[in-house]
Design a binder for this molecule. Structure first.
Ligand code: G6P
Length: 586
């Protein structure tokens, strides 16, 4: 997703901006650019590709000036080209902007501004902000007034930062993140604290419908009507600065490997919140749980946990679908929103719909400073540290751990949770990668893979297939075992691999029968189980653990398999093509 960074201070801006953009690479992007102000003019350099590539080709960090803005773009309007990359100067070049989000009325604005003589050079919606701001500045000759008029005329969701020809920065936000960093050497403004955490941990969270003006005399924040607003400076966790790979080849591998620890930290020090959530859930007339991608798969696991152990019905909703089925919620509803980032636009939209209809929002989230937390009555933190790999790994098991804790509280401790045992089991699985590495070599050239599980293992099969899709680009599909004979069996032949999630529990015998049906059609079987069987062409052993806890450990070998298959295929597991970590547009 697009990332924004701005800097105004005592140091050269460009190297700070480039480093900040590198720190935010995990959010996903296709092109990059920087603009600085120096000697009464704004210079822009940009290009298509990774920050390091574009920087070495275009020397982004060699631009001079102590004020500047930078951006990584994730294309929404207009293909991936240098001219569509940000920053976008206004047609006179007296200001330049970077933008994250979508401007819904850009076509009307563009037409109107073109008629007024403003020239557009890109296909983006963002360039309309540059020319609109320029037009308003031309009319008012004042930055504050031009910002008030501009935000009044823009429709959509956005965070943007503009650099003006007098060296002033101005930035506004509406439903997209924008955080101000207050350092000794200057001010920062970014989509993500990671953009500037190495320089300062003192931040101001700018609210929605606010803009900020930063110049050499200081910083002023206003609401969209132009009234001054005051904000406290708060400190963010230095742990965020941890976002380095260390000795690991990739963030994805580091994050998979952290799970024996992160599983123990999930929902740490949140006894009060968990007790309160349990009370809410007990008294809710209608109970829903929502998320996108991996977080939705965690929600599907929760459905099984709540019904099997707590005898409570909870309905999982795909966040992006909620808007098409209104009337779910009322004053007696609880919506549990699950999200690693707390910034997924689809999740926030589902939450807004539920809130509007009177539902109470409970969230399970990793980034405790996120928009989702601000919208929730209670939030429980995953506490798993920054997750940089685009494909979620440790956040999934942490989300599950918290959902397990809630289910267990709801049934008065009936689940006999033993997270130390889970942690030990994950350690065991992670202690030897060699077998998984050799299986990954076999997957290198295949085009289809299926992952099969029954009962609570079916959502894990969905999550497993999502991991394979995301980072190996192999077509992967999760299947409930019983559905095989209702269609997918037609696809089974000797070119197909099927992963069978088959721990020795109440689903074991039925799932084994499915494995035999598949084997009879010539497909290769990879069994994930604590019990060997000759039907498996490859057996990946997982430790035996109590029945309820298998989902927490059985996903681990598949995360590793996806990672090593990506390595075999020479794709980048941390930054899969076309995907973004934090999808802040609809
Ligand atoms: C994107 C990511 C997925 C992630 C989903 C939900 O699509 O690529 O890996 O699962 O967003 O993200 P969230 O931060 O809301 O959990």
């Amino acid at each position: 997703m697009c990332s924004i960074i701005g800097y105004l201070g005592a140091n050269q801006a460009a190297p700070i901006l480039v480093r900040g953009l590198k720190r935010m690479e995990y959010r996903g992007y296709d092109s990059v650019g920087v603009a600085t102000f120096s000697e009464n003019q704004i210079s822009v350099r940009k290009g298509v590709g990774k920050v390091a590539e574009v920087n070495s080709a275009a020397q982004l960090d060699a631009l001079s000036g102590t004020v500047g803005i930078g951006h990584t773009r994730w294309a929404t309007h207009g293909v991936v080209t240098e001219s569509n990359a940000h920053p976008h100067p206004s047609s006179s070049g007296e200001l330049a902007i970077v933008h994250n989000g979508i401007i819904d009325n850009y076509a009307d604005l563009k037409k109107d501004l073109q008629q007024k003589g403003y020239v557009f050079k890109s296909e983006t919606d963002s360039e309309a902000i540059a020319n609109l701001l320029q037009y308003n500045f031309d009319q008012t000759k004042e930055i504050k007034k031009s910002m008030v008029s501009t935000v009044d005329q823009l429709k959509g969701n956005y965070a943007f930062v503009a650099v003006f020809e007098d060296g002033t920065l101005a930035a506004a936000r509406l439903h997209e993140p924008l955080i101000i960093g207050v350092g000794k050497g200057g001010y920062f403004i970014s989509s993500d604290v990671l953009g500037f955490i190495e320089h300062t941990d003192e931040v101001i969270y700018q609210d929605n419908r606010e803009f900020v003006i930063i110049n050499s005399t200081g910083i002023q924040i206003f609401d969209f009507e132009g009234n001054p607003v005051q904000h406290q400076i708060t400190k963010v966790s230095k742990e965020l600065a941890d976002a380095y790979k260390g000795d690991y080849a990739h963030f994805t591998l580091k994050e998979i490997s952290e799970q024996p620890i992160t599983i123990l930290k999930a929902g740490d020090n949140t006894k009060l919140e968990l007790d309160l959530i349990t009370e809410f859930v007990k008294h809710a007339k209608n109970l829903y749980i929502t998320g996108s991608g991996t977080s939705y798969n965690a929600a599907l696991v929760a459905k099984h946990l709540f019904s099997k152990y707590a005898k409570i019905k909870i309905e999982p909703l795909i966040s992006s679908e909620v808007q098409y089925s209104p009337n779910y919620f009322d004053h007696q509803s609880i919506l549990i929103a699950v999200s690693q980032s707390g910034e997924s636009a689809d999740v926030l939209e589902a939450v807004d719909i539920a809130k509007k209809d009177g539902a109470k929002i409970v969230s399970i989230v990793n980034i405790m400073t996120s928009s989702l937390v601000q919208r929730s009555s209670i939030s429980v933190g995953l506490n798993c540290g920054p997750e940089i790999g685009v494909a979620a790994t440790k956040s999934f098991t942490s989300q599950l751990a918290i959902l397990y804790k809630i289910a267990d509280k709801l049934c008065g401790g009936c689940m006999g949770l033993d997270f130390n045992k889970v942690s030990e089991s994950i350690y065991k699985i992670l202690s030897d990668h060699s077998k998984i590495q050799s299986i990954a070599k076999k997957l290198k050239d295949i085009s289809d893979i299926y992952v099969l599980g029954r009962g609570i293992h079916f959502p894990v099969a969905l999550e497993a297939s999502l991991k394979l899709k995301e980072i190996t680009y192999i077509h992967a599909e999760g299947l409930p075992g019983g559905e095989l004979k209702h269609g997918p069996l037609a696809l089974m032949d000797s070119n197909v691999y099927v992963i069978i999630i088959n721990p020795n529990d109440s689903t074991y015998t039925d799932t084994l029968a499915s494995a035999h049906e598949i084997k009879a059609r010539g497909a290769k079987i990879l069994g994930i189980s604590d019990r060997p069987n000759e039907v498996y062409d490859y057996w990946i052993e997982i430790p035996t653990i109590s029945e309820a806890l298998f989902p927490l450990i059985e996903i681990i070998p598949i995360q590793l398999l996806a990672y090593y298959s990506a390595i075999e295929k020479d794709t980048d597991p941390d930054y899969p093509r076309n995907l973004a970590k934090s999808v802040t547009v609809k």
